[in-house]
Ligand binder design. Sequence first.
Ligand code: BF8
Length: 624
Amino acid sequence: MKKTAFEKSIDPASQTLLQKAENEGIETAWDRYEQQLPQCSFGQLGVCCRNCNMGPCRIDPFGEGTEKGVCGATADIIVARNLLRMIAAGAAAHSDHARDAVLTFKKMSEGEAGSYKIKDEAKLFSLASEYGIPAEGKSREEVAVELANAMLLEFGKQNGPVLCTKRAPGVRLRLWSELGIEPRGIDREIVECMHRTHIGVDNNATHILLQGLRTGISDGWGGSMIATDVQDILFGTPEPKKSTVNLGVLSLEKVNLIVHGHEPILSEMIVEAAENPELLELAKEKGASGINVVGICCTGNETLMRHGTPIAGNFLQQELAVITGAVEAMVVDVQCIMPSLGGLTGCYHTKFISTSPKADFPGTVRMEFHEEKAYETAKEIVRAAVENFPNRNREKVSIPEEKQECMAGFSVEAILNALGGSPDPLIEAIAGGAVKGIGAVVGCNNVKVQHNYGHVNLVKELIKNNVLVVTTGCNAIACAEAGLLVPEAAVLAGEGLKGICEALGIPPVLHMGSCVDISRILVLASAIANRMGVDISDLPAAGAAPEWMSEKAVSIGVYVVSSGIYTVLGTIPPVLGSQEVTALLTKGLDSVVGASFAVEPDPFKAAKMMLEHIDKKRKALGLK
Ligand code: BF8
């Protein structure tokens, strides 16, 4: 049975546009998902192997048919190998993003990317000292070049540990070292995953999964952390800012330009170019009252965190934004961009502009973006959007009314500032019971579940029970749309958390950034654990990804658990075909890294599981 717009999303703006899509005969991800049903159950269980050309092989999970692939691989081996490849792909995406950010930083420092500047000098020098680079007698550019080179070495080095792992508590580091899962070099771990999963290499599920943990750690405490650090130097460390979210941020009178994807290298320049007086003048000439840059997905989170740029929506709203008929340009770089946008933009006047040398899509205008002439290219892109304004077909335009205020920009530095410079007040609030614990809720949207339902309800349950929530990615956008990212949302929190939020003037849900910024959550967890003299796994904290779908999310889940944080997944990973892998992920890991995964699609039950875990940790710490 076809789902109604109300069943597809809990968000009224999205429901309106889903209805518009249906009226206009426009296809969306939800329609394509329905066309895929029933989905392949071998794929769902993870028991299909295409790693060599004797296959594809698939295993009958009930033991009534084929039990081994042609090479003899069992369900356990196949599931573990497939999972490892997912982790590798996710870690590669975050880390390659980081590499590009560092290369831009290097070019800027060498005077070859004049559009970029050092925005956070203090962070530059503190990172230089962390990387062991003496700064005396050197210009800041010289220090920056040395830092960029040192960061680049983290990708290719052969012997670890990856430097930023030192930010983890000492006991955690020793545990990783004893387990042999301390990452050696970011690229090395990803390459080794591909090697191990080639036919005839690693055929022991536990052994394969340990490499998964090591690769995940090299993402969270390596690639993602470097991306966050270098972006803070280049674009500024976020501070709390107000903005607005949801599809209603699109403007009837202005040129609407959406930046979508992940790398702020591009979107930072677009935000700047949209303020160019010549282009603003051109917009007026074309009949528009201004230029409205808005974000989608994690690029949106990056510009929101640093500039307060509005966000039009999260992953499942990218098509809906185009369906408003009011978007002059959809400008994309990498990751989470649906190839369907090509055909879809063709139904409207929207220009679909791809900019990354790495990523192209059907139906795009290519405007390749290179750091050397970043601002010039950004201006050309904005100009293309402005010139497209007169082509907007007013009869096709329908922008939902819904837009919601939000507060974002909670970097670790900003959180510590709000707390008066140290995590102590938060620790005291936890110890005294006003704050029961910390919930890290992150991740994507997934058409398999109702859009934003899991995100919003899980977070509401947590804050109601005095759990302070930190959020990133598409969860942060869902929470913003539901009005949870404003200080006034404290009324939805339990008495203790409400009091803290009111005293500090902060929301009960803190937006810490994009998905690579989950590294900020790790640093915060580490700071709290160090201050309390315990490991991260001892903290009254739990994680969740209620609507996850991407391979990046798999890598994230793995490094969060490897860091000692129990994590509840809202959609089922393709591992149930192996009892061994399922048992390892949901139980076995506990005795290895002090945390494990759970799967629970119902957000109310998931919240209960997280709360029980937090209570258990509180008890173990001797807290009431
Ligand atoms: O980068 S944008 S859909 S993958 S959560 Fe998920 Fe959203 Fe993608 Fe994480 Ni961020």
